[in-house]
Design a protein around this ligand. Sequence first.
Ligand SMILES: [Mn+2]
Length: 424
Amino acid sequence: MRILHTSDWHLGRPLADADRTEDYRRFLDWLLGLMAAESVNVLVLAGDVFDTAMPPVSAQRLYFDFLRRASELPEFWGTIVAAGNHDSLPMLQATGGVLGFVRATVSGATAEEEAVLVRDREGRVRLGVAAVPYLREGDVRMSGFYDDEADRARRWGEGVARHYREAAELLDARLRAADAADAPRIATAHLFVTGSRTSRVDDGRSIPAVFAGALRNVSAEVFGSCWDYVALGHIHHAQSVSGPVLMRYPGSPLMLSFDDLDRRHEVILADFPNGRGVPQLRSVDVPQPRWIGRIRASADGLEAAFAEARRAAERSAERFGAEALEPIASLECERASEAGEAFLIRVRAMAARYGLRLGPVRRIRGQREDADDALEDDLRSITPEEVFEQVLEEAGLSSEKGEIMRALFKEARQEAEMEASSGN
Ligand SMILES: [Mn+2]
């Protein structure tokens, strides 16, 4: 039995105001090709199918067409969809009954709605999935009183652990009732998991997974050890998390921001032996349908750099056998002497001549950058992270303290984004 695990599609999300419908169309065509070539039986979508609660019609159309085409693959048994924090669970569930006709199941947030049995084409139960969506505090039973935020975080972890324990028990009961106690059991989770270390990120370098102690993070232990695999979602960069069971983040299949450059974007193939057991995992890099990059050039070198970006975009489109999509770049320009607004107008016009779309633009003036120059820069071209970095530098903190502040800032941003429903 072969499962394909993916997450964080964020269908409908633009980048630098560019519509990405065609990017997603190319990705989904590629994914269907992979599923056919690899004889995938089950697709697990671990949250954030859509970028917004009420996605554009073009995004919904991609999703429904994809589910139908997947269901037509001869060896395909079904799609399991768990909602992420960007998805509206009621919106996904509104079509839930109809989706049965294309072998797709949308789970809910109670154990009854999470425990899904997957049947093969002969109707035999072959897999049990606890398809747990993104959990909010209201979805998890927690005792009401907290001493402080650390206590609240601890109780959150306990509540999540209880949630997974209950889902596991019900799934076990259903599998036994279906005479399929030996079927593999997997769970989905759309959240930040604090592992000890990520084991394979960015060409073997090992970096801490997520800052420990953040409010909404849970330890890898919360899932318990009763799963054969935990399919994670929420983090957009592919990475493993070590814990009592095998678990992995595939990351978003497409680059969704300029932070994603140099990161891995994968889908995961999990091969299960007959019956229960640890699956064999294979990560497949997702070919990016659009060139997205970072350009750093001097004012004199802009033309050459834009021309090179254009050529890179043409080359990367070749594997799709289709026209190149408008490349998008962030720009850091050194030694630009003219005033901010004039510079931005000139540089964007120049980029447009090369069919290149510019995201954030920053001017760097080497050592002579001073406060007045910084103020000249167009505010639209400055990210909150850059402002925070500047504040950190001025505060003159030790690098250790700086790291802690960065983590706290990141956490605060994540919390804010969760509230605004526009983060991971
Ligand atoms: Mn998410």
